[in-house]
Design a protein around this ligand. Structure first.
Ligand code: IVH
Length: 670
């Protein structure tokens, strides 16, 4: 059956459009149409191809998946070997590399192309007359495995090179990897289907690429970034950075983080900046790669054994390491929460020596089944607190025992309770538990609360253990002599501390409320409570229902507040604090009008308003029960824009958030 001309034309148009959308979505990461629109184009093409099978070509976007499962992968010999890179771990090794290169080239300062070192799998793609002909893994560098059918399912790999003039033969080298978000989604799916989870995105990418059935690979969402070409036929190009630009023009994703830098300083600045932003990148990297940018110079430098002399990988400290759990301690927090903490055999990870890692709560310990004596993987990424990722099951000895949360508080021996709806177990003794008392005092004295400078944890420890201080009110009874008698306390520091305590007496109602350490009352809730009630007595007298009139105070928070003030002990401490001279201005209570159009709404302010100052506008919004946030999101109800608004204005337009001018705001506040 002949294919009508109009059909052939439509099919060509659909293919070109779909490839264009693939390119925008998978390579540029800037889709032009919705998923639904894309799906509809794809379906139309599939239907036409079903009707006229003779029109199908291997380059049709519908043909990415479809190859039959294989029994094994064929071996392929690389036209030019896929070599490895020498590693540098320290700055001085980078300096030595630069020195070697400069001496060999007899050059002063050199330009380097700096790139992230992607933590995936190296592959080579061969294009014949512009069409993807084959793709192979690196293997031993000389021969790899033919994984063409699997690579064809990777949407970021063009089946056809962009551009009009197609070279006879074109070989692209780069890294296949899995983005962090796709990795998490894959593991979630594996969990749901009770399949084995992957340890990290790299393993997930490797496992997906080595599937014998390309249909499975197709479900795995792999990404591809190009970082070079095979061989040394660069045509008119003079620099590696131009090679990368050319690859981008040919339709490949090239990392946006690539940069041309100068000399050792330039390389190290790049390394530090990328290291600091590493967590925020969409993919895992294990270092950076520096390549002499000048291609002729690369050629002069050549190779030593299996690595180029013109490039080096500067590795980041490993974020994961293996160590042993020597014990599981249970710590008691300010609100009595018991937190299991793994005591670890010291291990160097993420650039520091780690000796313990929080295990969060009992459920978490059981979920990961972490036991004393276990060999575990610990992770410390960036400034994030170290965590135990998993137990290495094969290394468990037969004598380990499952962790059990103690039934009694390890500090005061009181009963531990765990309510149904909470993952945390708590010591039931409240402020009678010395651990909680210490934390409560530290919180009371913290910078955002009463701000007593110089009252650190060592001191609080002594004050509580020696029964000198039991409640925050006792702080105001401390004299210089008593303090100076403590260990490691000189008369001068005692004097300073007494002065700091004295100074803390002049405070605000909001700080005072926050400092009380009522469970679920953070700084911003404390501010709202202060504004609405205006005085501590009115707050103490409010019932749960009245409390819920305050924006953001729901039943749980209201219950914590009412519960706190119902405790005679807490009321007594407040009385004592006031008697000791702690003071703050009281204001008239604000009856919030819950019918105000501002009540419960979130505002973002940007640009200068003609009459109201930023503070004034904020105060008036809050007085009406509205919230003011610094960031525009889907949760934002209004953006109030003045003169020269910033990016927040654009974001509001993008998200379709209502934009007001000052007059519009005043009308709402009226
Ligand atoms: S260039 C001749 N650039 O690192 C050297 N490699 O140890 C060719 N890698 O197997 C490699 N990111 O998988 C180069 N931006 C990058 C890279 C990179 C990751 C991997 C690659 C290679 C290994 C070399």
């Amino acid at each position: 059956m002949a294919v009508p001309h109009s059909i052939a034309a439509r099919v060509n148009k659909l293919r070109a459009d779909i490839e264009q959308h693939n390119y925008h979505y998978y390579v540029l990461d800037r889709p032009l149409i919705s998923d639904a629109e894309y799906d509809s184009l794809f379906r139309e093409l599939q239907e036409l191809e079903q009707q006229y099978p003779q029109i199908i070509t291997p380059e049709s976007p519908t043909q990415r998946v479809g190859a039959a499962p294989q029994t094994d992968f064929a071996q392929v010999t690389h036209r030019t070997p896929m070599l490895s890179l020498n590693n540098a771990f320290e700055e001085k090794e980078v300096a030595a590399f630069d020195k070697r290169v400069r001496e060999a080239l007899d050059a002063e300062a050199l330009e380097y192309a700096a790139e992230p070192k992607l933590d995936g799998l190296a592959i080579s793609l061969t294009y014949e007359k512009g069409l993807l002909a084959s793709g192979a893994t690196r293997g031993d560098g000389y021969t790899g495995e033919d994984v063409t059918a699997n690579l064809r399912t990777v949407r970021a790999i063009p089946l056809k090179l962009r551009g009009t003039r197609q070279p006879e033969l074109f070989e692209v080298r780069g890294e296949v990897l899995m983005l962090k978000t796709d990795f998490e989604q894959l593991n979630r799916r594996q969990r749901e289907q009770e399949e084995k989870e992957f340890a990290n995105p790299r393993n997930a990418a490797a496992g997906s690429l080595r599937q014998l059935d390309p249909h499975i690979t197709a479900t795995r969402r792999l990404a591809f970034f190009a970082y070079g070409i095979g061989g040394t036929d660069y045509g008119r190009l003079r620099k590696h950075s131009q090679v990368l630009d050319m690859l981008a023009e040919r339709g490949f994703a090239v990392t946006a983080e690539r940069k041309v830098v100068r000399g050792v300083e330039g390389m190290l600045d790049y390394y530090r900046a990328l290291g600091a932003g590493r967590e925020k990148l969409p993919f895992d990297i294990d270092g950076v790669v520096y390549k002499v940018n000048d291609l002729a110079a690369q050629n002069t430098l050549g190779f030593v054994s299996r690595a180029p002399r013109f490039a080096i990988a500067h590795k980041f400290p490993a974020e994961e390491a293996i160590t042993v759990v020597e014990g599981i301690d249970v710590q008691v927090g300010r609100t009595g929460a018991l937190t299991p903490v793994a005591r670890l055999k010291p291990v160097f990870v993420g650039g520091v020596t780690v000796t313990n890692a929080t295990l969060h709560n009992e459920d978490e310990v059981h979920r990961k089944d972490i036991r004393v004596g276990d060999t575990v993987v610990v992770r410390r990424a960036g400034d994030v607190i170290p965590e135990v990722v998993r137990v290495i099951a094969e290394k468990r000895s037969s004598h380990t025992r499952r962790f059990v949360m103690p039934g009694r508080c390890p500090v005061c021996g009181s009963v531990v309770r765990r309510s149904e709806d909470e993952a945390v177990a708590r010591c039931s003794a409240g402020l009678f538990c010395p651990a909680q008392r210490k934390q409560a005092l530290l919180h009371f004295a913290s910078r955002r609360a009463l701000d007593v400078e110089g009252l650190g944890d060592k001191l609080v420890e002594q004050l509580v253990d020696n029964q000198i201080v039991r409640t925050p009110a006792d702080l105001y009874k401390l004299g210089i002599a008593k303090l100076a008698a403590l260990e490691r306390m000189a008369e001068k520091s005692a004097r300073n501390l007494v002065a700091a305590i004295e100074k803390s007496k002049h405070t605000t109602l909001a700080r005072f409320i926050y400092g009380l350490g009522i469970r679920n009352v953070g700084e911003s809730t404390a501010q709202d409570l202060a504004r609405c009630f205006g005085g501590i007595d009115r707050l103490a007298a409010a019932d749960a229902e009245t409390l819920q009139q305050v924006p953001d105070v729901g039943p749980v928070v209201a219950q914590s507040i009412a519960g706190f003030f119902a405790e005679p002990h807490n009321r007594k401490v407040i009385e004592q604090l006031l008697a000791a001279g702690v003071s703050f201005a009281e204001t008239a209570p604000k009856q919030l009008d819950t019918s105000s159009p501002v009540y419960g709404k979130t505002f973002v302010l940007t640009g200068a308003l003609p009459h109201l100052t930023r503070d004034e506008a904020q105060r008036r919004i809050r007085d009406h029960g509205g919230k003011v946030s610094g960031r525009v999101s889907k949760q934002t109800d209004y953006v109030v824009a003045g003169a020269d608004p910033g990016g927040k204005y654009d974001k509001a337009l993008e998200l379709g958030v209502t934009i007001l001018d000052e007059a519009g705001l005043l009308k709402l506040l009226d």
